[in-house]
Design a protein. Structure first.
Length: 392
């Protein structure tokens, strides 16, 4: 897995703008709403859009997906608007909250950066977003989903997906459709994973389901946990995790004879889940996320084709949302909002129609309306879209 991630990072960091321009010429511009209007202003030099998130480390997959999309959006914009050059700056947080403040301060000090897509993870967002807010630097996260992020009074914070308070009830509602009267709820001990697990348990118990909770740190459950799971004999297992350990855990559960329907959340929505579990064990598992991985609608295809042409890989989880929100920032720049203050005001007041949804934010930075939770399943070793699920 590490080799694959390093290769993807190298691709993202080394592909030149010439390749991006050729991709745009061949496939067309996937975000026509950023096309130059008549009399569009000539932008001053030294403007940039940034990406802040994990490009290396255990959570790199989600960051790589988003960084590639931001780079693609900027490259397409730059190729289409000769009078308004915008650069792409990436900042690898490694998913480490301990180093997040220093890196966020570096981003904030780079006055060329008018807006940021990221952070990608909750713990680093708690540190970085406060620094971005103090610097007046608008940011849009599409994968940091802790509900508490929207409760800090930050005026520069925006989120392009649902939050954890919506994920837990959605997953519980889906598990209820499985008609499982006993459910084991497992989590990896991280704050976010434990919170989601608690919400799922509360919702299931309110509906009369018998639930037991277990903590599994790392990729393997200890023998006592396996013994307790056997004794409980659940009809379904939900595993809430912060890093992608779900595949290895599912392999262990199946080897130990635990045959319950397996449900997990967004950290596992990647083909590496199938590789870690093995196709036989993975088939029939369900994976919930804040976004769809299978981009199959006609309006998705220009983006999918352009991403594949640039990176020689299909866009992964949160790639479409990162692309949309990067294009939202670029639309603001094209409209002449070329300071941080004005670009932040643009985000607060605009409605941007992206390829997967419309982005408009409330006063707390949350996406307006009720963003869906999307369920996937593994069929013949491939991640397959099931569809949106809702709270009961």
């Amino acid at each position: 897995m590490c080799t694959r991630l390093v290769a993807r990072v190298a691709t993202i960091l080394t592909v030149g703008l010439l390749a991006a321009a050729c991709s745009s010429a061949h496939h067309g511009t996937a975000a026509p709403s950023t096309a130059s209007p008549p009399g569009a202003p000539t932008c001053p030099p030294g403007l940039a859009v940034g990406f802040y998130g994990a490009l290396t480390g255990p959570s790199a997959t989600i960051g790589i997906n988003q960084a590639g999309s931001v780079q693609l959006a900027v490259a397409q914009f730059d190729a289409a608007h000769s009078r308004c050059h915008v650069a792409y700056h990436s900042f690898d947080s490694r998913g480490d909250p301990a180093t997040a403040p220093a890196l966020a301060a570096t981003v904030a000090a780079d006055q060329s950066v008018l807006g940021v897509i990221g952070p990608t993870l909750d713990d680093e967002a708690q540190q970085a977003d406060a620094i971005f807010n103090a610097a007046g630097l608008p940011n849009v996260t599409v994968s940091a989903t802790a509900a508490s992020l929207a409760a800090q009074g930050w005026t520069t914070f925006h989120r392009g997906v649902a939050n954890d308070n919506e994920e837990g009830p959605g997953i519980a509602a889906f598990i209820a459709t499985l008609k499982a009267n006993t459910v084991a709820v497992l989590h990896d001990g991280t704050t976010r994973a434990a919170e989601v697990a608690g919400i799922v348990r509360q919702q299931l118990e309110a509906n009369g389901t018998m639930v037991q909770t277990f903590t599994v740190t790392g990729s393997q459950a200890d023998p006592a946990t396996i013994t307790a799971l056997h004794a409980f004999d659940p009809r379904a297992v939900f595993y809430s995790n912060g890093d992608n350990q779900a595949g290895a855990l599912l392999r262990q559960l199946r080897a130990a004879g635990v045959s319950a329907t397996f449900v997990t959340n967004d950290a596992a929505v990647d083909q590496s889940f199938v590789q870690a579990a093995g196709p036989a064990a993975a088939n029939g598992a369900y994976l919930a996320a804040f976004a769809a991985v299978a981009l199959t609608q006609p309006q998705d295809q220009p983006f999918v084709h352009a991403y594949q042409a640039m990176f020689h890989a299909a866009p992964g989880l949160y790639a479409a949302e990162a692309y949309d929100t990067a294009n939202q920032l670029l639309a603001g720049i094209l409209a002449g909002d070329i300071t941080r203050v004005r670009l932040n005001a643009y985000l607060a007041t605009s409605r941007y129609a992206g390829i997967v949804k419309t982005y408009a934010y409330g006063t707390n930075g949350e996406l307006e309306g009720t963003p869906p939770i999307i369920m996937h399943t593994i069929r013949d070793g491939q991640i397959t879209l099931v569809g949106p699920v809702g709270a009961p």
